[in-house]
Write a protein that binds this ligand. Sequence first.
Ligand code: SAM
Length: 172
Amino acid sequence: MIRSILISPLKRYFLTKRLFTEAKELAQSKGKGLMVIGDPCSGNYFQFMSSLFPNCEHGDVTVDLGGCDDCKRMDINDMSAWNEFEDGAFVVMETGVLGFSKDPEKVLGQIRRVSGGDFLSAGGNRGLLWEMYLYKTYSKELIYSMDPFDSRVDVYYSGIRLGRKGSFRLKF
Ligand SMILES: C[S@@+](CC[C@H](N)C(=O)[O-])C[C@H]1O[C@@H](n2cnc3c(N)ncnc32)[C@H](O)[C@@H]1O
């Protein structure tokens, strides 16, 4: 229980903060744009926490279906919506949205394309209570909890299907 509501969210919070800073620096050093997937202003289980203590900032583009006015309100599952982003144009920093993927392989394919291989993510929340029950109270659309990923060191992108319904592993 403590893992689901305290340890995992705190771990994800601090990892997101660190990876966001690194993604921003990487984008600057490579002369690429920064795409953030997940509105920094919202989305935490306790909304006020996101407003008071955001885990990152907006990117040059911020993708979030239910995002704020500074976001591009786009469904990550809509493959045609990705077409407006050029190949290799961004360093992509993802924060807790890919769990809403209907087909992780397809969504990852678009991230691979637009990032040209520069992709960082702190992954989703974990813990027995979260994986079995609490995720349903957050959103009925949430399907997966992804593992953290850093394309500078990782080759495989992986995660679990919530409800303890299995796992997946994809080559990035
Ligand atoms: C956990 S929040 C992520 C941002 C938050 N600041 C964080 O790091 O936890 C999940 C976000 O996913 C967005 N979302 C849900 N389904 C989506 C979809 N199909 N396409 C894009 N964004 C989606 C929601 O609007 C929500 O803001």
